[in-house]
Design a protein around this ligand. Structure first.
Ligand code: 5GP
Ligand code: MG
Length: 179
């Protein structure tokens, strides 16, 4: 496992994003919706650095199993989303890979009738995108490696790491043998 982005770098960048978002949404009713489970840590950090009043909520989306980078069947659960009438929504996810998850979520959340829907991602993997979607805010662009930590998992492990790390293909193979 190799450190890709340190906790200090994440803290500095999320502060910059919070300043930018605070400026853009000043005096507008904002609801940030985090995509469970990977975005929890990013959501918790960003919301506390955002100086304007806002609401937070979550929804559930899952498509990946283990370390496979092939998108699986996307399952979306909107039951936890709060009322969005009269609200501007910022959908927050951990990582934009093919873009399929976030673009499907944008469409689903629009159906709930908010004033607007925009997106923020902590990470964007370069050279992987299949769906045309420009995130409105992006923390870091990263190469095509499988990352864990800061909320992101491999088989539900490593979410607690305060930094972002790239998982070697060998580590992944070893993990599969152990199961
Ligand atoms: P997309 O639909 O953009 O291909 O996939 C986005 C989702 O796949 C993310 O929300 C995340 O859950 C998962 N994902 C994509 N790449 C990685 C990665 O490198 N590490 C981890 N832990 N999850 C990833
Ligand atoms: Mg996810």
């Amino acid at each position: 496992m190799q450190t890709l982005i340190t906790d200090r770098a994440i803290r500095e960048r999320s502060h910059e994003l919070a300043m930018q978002i605070g400026h853009d949404y000043e005096a507008r009713p904002l609801t940030i919706i985090g995509v469970l489970t990977g975005s929890l840590v990013f959501l918790a950090d960003l919301t506390r650095q955002l100086a304007i009043p806002h609401r937070i909520g979550v929804l559930q989306a899952s498509s990946y199993r283990g370390a496979t980078t092939e998108p699986g069947l996307l399952r979306i659960n909107l039951e936890l989303v709060p009322d969005l009438q009269g609200r501007h929504v910022l959908l927050l996810d951990d990582i934009l890979d093919t873009g399929q998850t976030l673009s499907a979520l944008v469409e689903q959340v629009k159906q709930l009738g908010p004033l607007s829907v925009r997106t923020v991602v902590l990470l964007r993997k370069l050279g992987r995108q299949l769906v045309a979607l420009e995130p409105d805010y992006c923390g870091f662009e990263i190469p095509d490696v499988f990352v864990v930590g800061y909320g992101l998992d491999y088989n539900d492990e490593f979410r607690h790491l305060p930094f972002l790390a790239g998982l070697d293909p060998e580590d992944i193979a070893l993990g599969c043998e152990r199961r």
